[in-house]
Design a protein around this ligand. Structure first.
Ligand code: GLP
Length: 238
């Protein structure tokens, strides 16, 4: 695990965007693992400003709320369209988000894993982190070898994500379809980005604490090519 500390959030975001840009410059047909959340909005904005071409890329998002249709304004598919895909030259057929409104969620999870495998696996996985240490929606007690599946969201996560649901945690779906920790660890390269004071305690646990299923992000310590990019505020408890 390589920890890279930048003075502020903008510098951390720009570094992550630069690393993605470099990756695509050296391999235009990269398979990218993409993340959502407020932190990532800045990364997508930077990639769009840099006019990076995603014409030959394929993408797989980490997760989707269960019960939300792709065109629901609160779905992660909608988030990706709004913040990134519809402003980029990504081919829409090449962008994938788990099917949160599938009738058979178990089958949808299996199919997602197969799609990733058929694309040759993920070259570069981008990650944010939840305040309880989740990556994707792998809440505490997610097995390190877990695969894409249906996961119950904790009250902490529902509170943390309430802003996107009019501020009411009760409006946040109770479950999500998420890549597993094991799925994430199979990516050839991983970049986790965290900014702000609110992430400082969990970053310290993920980076310097024991590897435990209570903090899913701590499993990243096992990955041979993982960069953790943080600003001073998120690094303040390291
Ligand atoms: C959601 C996503 C996570 C992301 C987290 C961080 O919970 N499922 O993948 O890491 O948000 O969100 P933010 O960047 O808003 O703090």
């Amino acid at each position: 695990m390589e920890v890279i500390i930048r003075p502020d959030a903008t510098a951390a975001v720009e570094l992550v965007a630069q690393l993605i840009q470099n990756r695509i410059a050296s391999c235009p047909a990269s398979v990218l693992g993409l993340a959502t959340g407020r932190t990532m909005e800045q990364v997508y904005a930077s990639l769009l400003r840099r006019e990076v071409s995603f014409e030959h890329c394929t993408s797989f998002n980490l997760d989707e709320y269960i019960g939300l249709a792709p065109d629901d304004p609160q779905s992660y598919r909608h988030y990706m369209q709004q913040h990134f895909f519809s402003h980029s030259d990504f081919w829409s057929d090449n962008t994938h988000v788990p099917e949160g409104d599938a009738e058979d969620l178990q089958q949808a999870a299996k199919d997602y894993e197969e799609l990733i495998r058929n694309a040759g696996g993920i070259d570069l996985q981008l990650l944010g982190i939840g305040e309880a240490g989740h990556i994707g929606f792998n809440e505490p007690l997610s097995a390190i070898m877990s695969r894409t599946r249906d996961k119950c969201l904790t009250p902490t996560t529902r509170r943390q994500n309430a802003a996107m649901f009019g501020g009411d945690p009760e409006q946040v779906p109770k479950r999500a379809l998420t890549m597993g920790v094991g799925t994430i660890l199979e990516a050839r390269e991983i970049i986790l980005l965290a900014t702000g004071e609110a992430k400082a305690a969990i970053i310290a646990q993920a980076v310097e604490g024991p590897i435990t299923s209570m903090v899913s992000a701590s499993a990243l310590q096992l990955h041979p090519h993982c960069k953790v990019v943080v600003d001073h505020a998120s690094a303040s408890q390291l």
